[in-house]
Design a protein around this ligand. Structure first.
Ligand code: HEC
Length: 129
């Protein structure tokens, strides 16, 4: 009997270790999305909503991914309305890094300097709607 149980325990331990080792890789995108949500709350939510009910100081950012800049129901700057930008991961990253540099005359003046923070926020904006 012992002869059968020991290899079985060894197998379970190995399998357990293997799944533990893969945890950081699997958990990374989730952790990043959660970080993006936190960063959004800290850096964006005082001006932007994500509930489709209309914005605050800035426009609502529900389903911002893939939409043309300046196309939600909101009193945009003429610079934003005239912009031909379509929001995707690259254009969002560029805008959040330096809004007035990318779209001179935009009313949004805050910026996020850390690339990893921008990446987390952009992933959060793209996740769900
Ligand atoms: C102090 C207020 C304020 C903060 C904080 C702020 N924004 Fe804005 N945001 C604005 C305003 C105002 C506009 C409209 C700009 C215009 O019309 O030129 C805008 C526009 C935008 C747009 C364009 C949306 C569209 O419909 O085309 C995006 C994207 C955006 N903000 C993302 C963000 C993100 C992400 C953050 C957080 C990192 C953030 N903003 C923080 C005020 C803010």
């Amino acid at each position: 009997m012992k002869r059968l149980i020991l290899p079985a325990i060894a197998l379970c331990l190995t399998a357990g270790m293997a799944s533990q080792m893969s945890v950081p890789v699997q958990a990374a995108p989730q952790a990043d999305a959660a970080r993006g949500a936190t960063l959004f709350q800290q850096r964006c939510a005082m001006c932007h909503t994500r509930n489709g009910k209309g914005g605050k100081i800035g426009p609502d950012l529900t389903a911002v991914m893939g939409r043309k800049a300046g196309s939600a129901t909101y009193a945009y700057s003429s610079a934003m309305k005239a912009s031909k930008t379509v929001w995707n991961a690259a254009t969002l990253d560029k805008y959040i890094a330096a809004p007035t540099k990318m779209i001179p005359g935009t009313k949004m003046v805050i910026s996020v300097t850390k690339p990893e923070d921008r990446a987390a926020i952009v992933r959060y904006l793209g996740a769900g709607k």
